[in-house]
Design a protein around this ligand. Structure first.
Ligand code: SAM
Length: 278
């Protein structure tokens, strides 16, 4: 095994999601840099990996830089270091980024051993657009900071992804309803565990759900892109227009749709012209 730092993703609920390669590296690595050595020791026990000869180093981005220097010195001195977090992918709302940044500066070998990551699994489960997304980490707990964050992100044309906790989700949904209105949202809960589920709908519906069912477990909160709603309504205007234009002339078709659905007249007229000119 080459010396350096191995960024190892560990399961977020289902032990069987550990990769063969990760298992191998955890077995071979002499040093394990982790958030909480009790959690990591438990994982190694479950995987049947002996750890009595391994050195565990507690690593957090905000602990003194000396800890990072010690890990780097070990890696440069020929040791292999597995970097793990309590669960999931290190560096993603978990420690490691500052360590890896210093490794880059000092020419330390760095390898990634990919695996479970709650935000990616949640996006996959949600069915919200995945071509562009923005991960914004944990939602702040303070009302003002939460509101400021949502206002800052509301016009971004990408699916927004956040980590959130069960006790705070209803408060978050209330603020999301206020700022994002009827936009489609999703909550992926207890991913890869027995009670995994993914709820979808506007904030109002999700709040109603949690009024009857207490929110529990780990969760990822997502909001559809700002353009998605516009796209849906553009597509539905087009469909309705085509139907109208089969029966009526352009002027009447536009008038009917504007009266019936309160669509923007200029927008409908433009779209009707495009269809006529096809
Ligand atoms: N680095 C980890 C990752 O990306 O998988 C995430 C660590 S972060 C400290 C923990 C947060 O990730 C939780 O509060 C929750 O929002 C989310 N999370 C972790 N495991 C989850 C799961 N099984 N189901 C849903 N969300 C999960």
């Amino acid at each position: 095994m080459k010396n350096g730092i191995y960024i190892c993703a560990t399961p977020i609920g289902n032990l069987a999601d550990i990769s063969e390669r990760c298992r191998e590296i955890l077995r071979e690595a002499e040093i394990i840099a982790c958030e909480d050595s009790r959690v990591t020791r438990k994982l190694l026990s479950l995987l049947g990996i002996p750890f009595s000869s391994k050195t565990f180093i507690k690593y957090e981005d905000h602990t003194e830089a000396a800890r990072a220097d010690a890990i780097i010195a070990l890696a440069l001195g020929g040791k292999s270091v597995a970097l793990v977090s309590d669960a999931g992918s290190p560096l993603i709302s978990d420690p490691g980024y500052k360590l890896i940044s210093r490794c880059r500066e000092q020419g330390v070998n760095v390898w990634v051993v990919p695996g479970p990551c709650a935000l990616i699994c949640a996006l996959q489960l949600s069915g919200l657009p995945t071509n562009k997304f923005m991960f914004a980490g944990f939602i702040p707990n303070k009302d003002k900071a939460r509101e400021e964050l949502f206002n800052k992100l509301k016009d971004i044309d990408a699916t927004l992804v956040f980590y959130e906790t069960a006790p705070r989700i209803v408060k978050t949904l209330r603020k999301a309803a206020e700022i994002f209105g009827n936009r489609e949202m999703a909550i992926a809960r207890e991913i890869t565990k027995i009670y995994e589920e993914c709820l979808r709908g506007p904030a109002k519906e999700l709040i109603e759900h949690f009024e009857t069912k207490e929110p529990r477990g780990e969760m990822v909160f997502m909001i559809a892109p700002s353009s998605e709603q516009d796209k849906d309504s553009r597509e539905s205007i087009e469909e309705l227009l085509r139907e109208e234009l089969r029966r009526n002339n352009l002027k009447t078709a536009v008038k009917n749709l504007v009266e019936r659905y309160h669509f923007n007249k200029n927008e409908v007229y433009q779209q009707a012209l495009e269809i006529k000119n096809e």
